[in-house]
Design a protein around this ligand. Structure first.
Ligand SMILES: [Zn+2]
Length: 281
């Protein structure tokens, strides 16, 4: 288990499995000759994607960021994305020493299937909150967009991952930036989609930022290395430039939603470029 201690907080990576996805889709307009040096592809051009979830603790609170891909995948889908049937989120958390009952908050950076797949569990023919004592936080605009079923990305949204939480009164809708708990906040960072948030924890002069899908892989810290999924690539570049610029200037720990190797990283500016200069696996 990999953790960083950040002032009053401890932040721990929990990987809720891995899957494979098309490398060209992950790296957008970046040529394969460049990205494949960082993330080698298999014979179907797929690269490994981690399902990186983070536990934020300060002794009184326990917050989960992202819930992974879940278990609702048929055999055909699992084969296509190279997914061994992962244990459920609850089992994964317990195996890491985090009992599901102990979480008070879940932050959904956005509602894409591979970030909220563990939000609910099927029990007795119903979908129920997987973390029974937690409130689940998401953005109003993201929920509206998910419900619009836009042809471009409707496939990324599975209502079972959020509608049952709304029905159960467990979904807490935020509009824009704001605190989730003392020292913990979400900030909207348009790019990957309109309302995705990054998560920022600050304590005693130190900062951690979970960049979610604004920067899926540590290899994408160069602002123009955006993903093919991004609905707003120009805003993605602007927001990466702004947020990573602050991360470099203030020596933040950063995390990426899908890097299968890097749990935490610090970024530096060298010879006019940004690169990872310290990382924890
Ligand atoms: Zn996404």
């Amino acid at each position: 288990m990999t953790s960083v201690d950040l002032g009053d907080f401890r932040i721990t990576l929990v990987r809720a499995g891995r899957y494979l996805w098309d490398g060209g889709a992950m790296f957008g307009v970046v040529p394969k000759t460049l990205w494949s040096k960082h993330r080698p592809a298999d014979d179907l051009n797929r690269i490994e994607a981690g399902l990186n979830c983070y536990v934020i603790e300060d002794g009184s609170r326990r917050i989960l960021v992202e819930t992974g891909i879940g278990v609702r995948h048929d055999e055909r889908a699992r084969e296509r994305i190279g997914l061994a049937q992962p244990p459920g989120l609850r089992e994964t958390l317990s195996a890491h020493g985090f009992e599901p009952e102990s979480f008070d908050t879940v932050i959904n950076t956005h509602l894409h299937w591979d970030h909220v797949g563990g939000n609910t569990v099927d029990e007795g023919g119903r979908a129920l909150p997987a973390l029974p004592n937690a409130r689940y936080i998401a953005q109003r605009g993201e929920l509206d967009h998910a419900r619009e079923r836009n042809p471009r990305d409707a496939v990324s949204y599975r209502p079972v991952n959020y509608e049952p939480l709304i029905e159960a009164g467990r979904f807490e809708i935020m509009e824009g930036d704001g605190p989730v708990a003392p020292g913990v906040e979400v900030r909207v960072a348009k790019g990957h989609n309109r309302d995705m948030t990054v998560v920022v924890v600050r304590s005693k002069g130190q900062t951690w930022c979970h960049l979610a899908d604004l920067v899926m892989y540590s290899a994408q810290v160069t602002p123009t290395w955006t993903s093919g999924f991004d609905l707003f690539p120009l805003e993605a570049i602007d927001n990466k430039t702004r947020i990573l610029g602050q991360a470099v200037a203030e020596n933040w720990w950063c995390s990426f939603a899908h890097d299968p190797e890097v749990a935490f990283a610090k970024i530096e500016a060298r010879e006019g470029k940004w690169r990872i200069h310290q990382s924890l696996a």
